[in-house]
Design a protein around this ligand. Structure first.
Ligand code: NAP
Length: 273
């Protein structure tokens, strides 16, 4: 059995992941940490039977919780500031982490990567754990290879509660396009576009524009627009609900439990794509 620690079980993703983990015969949930609902029962919060009667702990008591429960794996879909703090504590204890939170800083990623090696605690970090999105990523390489001279723009749409912008998935898509056509993301990416004092500045040749729309309860749409002379392709992925991410997260947990290399894995590797 994989001993699992869950961060943020009262969040949208945290609730779904907790439900699936509590029902899974290969996973034993040994702890849960949040900033709210401290002292309440995990099973009650996520409306699922919990054989261990886990009580939600305060994140300030994380070291004690880890010492008491010895988790093998921690899963974190919360907010970047929380993930950066909590997952550094986990990896220092040698716990393997599955991180789905987006908007993580490069400083954190560098520090985390070094600790993964030092503590021999592999991890999965992925901006999007849905199977469809990862096939979408794979197809982007092919499209970009054949259409490298066309204008390429990325449009992402999410619910109005989303804290980061652009989405981690849009940034991953842009990185794949750049890697395929041989340019640096920081050299070509343009976030949104507005008319500058010099009208010529709104020309978009040799740029990859990323545009973020925030509206209602939209779970997540990503379109990569390839536009040539007299024709275009709009390549689109739409998530209808969060189950696709949560089932991907459970796959990542099981993959990581058996991972041999001390590195940060992607969902593409988890899914064997
Ligand atoms: N990789 C993927 O496949 C994937 C898919 C979907 C979403 N995401 C990402 O996952 C993250 C969460 O998304 P969501 O839709 O579930 O957001 P959400 O509903 O806002 O959930 C985030 C939860 O984390 C809690 N939290 C804040 N600080 C915490 C701490 N120190 N320790 C533990 N929990 C803490 C929040 O509590 P408060 O509300 O009280 O602050 C909230 O309940 C986002 O970064 C999102 O972009 C990734």
């Amino acid at each position: 059995m994989i001993k699992l620690l869950i961060f943020g079980p009262s969040g949208s993703m945290g609730t779904l992941i907790s439900k699936l983990a509590l029902k899974d015969g290969e996973i034993n949930v040994v702890g849960a940490c949040d900033v709210e609902k401290i002292g309440k029962k995990l099973g009650d919060i996520v409306s699922e039977n919990d054989p261990n009667d886990i009580i939600i702990s305060n994140t300030h008591e994380l070291d004690d919780l880890i010492n008491d429960t010895s988790p093998d794996i921690a899963i974190d879909f919360t907010i970047a500031e929380a993930t950066e703090k909590n997952c550094l504590i986990c990896v220092r204890h040698g716990i393997r982490c599955v991180i789905g939170t987006t908007g993580l800083s490069n400083e954190f990623l560098n520090q985390f990567k070094a600790l993964v090696l030092e503590k021999k605690a592999p991890a999965v970090i992925s901006s999007n754990m849905a199977t469809g999105v990862n096939v979408f990523f794979k197809m982007l390489s092919l499209l970009s290879k054949h259409l490298e001279d066309w204008d390429i723009e990325i449009i992402e749409t999410h619910h109005h509660r989303k804290r980061d912008s652009p989405s981690g998935t849009a940034l991953t898509a842009a990185k794949i396009v750049c890697d395929t056509i041989g340019c640096e993301l920081s050299d070509v990416v343009k976030y949104g576009r507005e008319r500058g004092p010099n009208k010529r500045e709104i020309g978009a040749k040799n740029e990859i524009g990323i545009h973020s729309i925030r509206a209602g309860d939209i779970v997540g749409d990503h379109t990569v627009l390839y536009a040539g002379s007299g024709e275009r392709i709009e390549f689109k992925h739409q998530a209808h609900n969060r189950n696709c991410f949560a089932t991907g997260a459970i796959k990542a947990i099981k993959f990581l439990a058996n991972a041999k290399e001390n590195k940060i894995y992607t969902t593409q590797e988890v899914l064997g794509l």
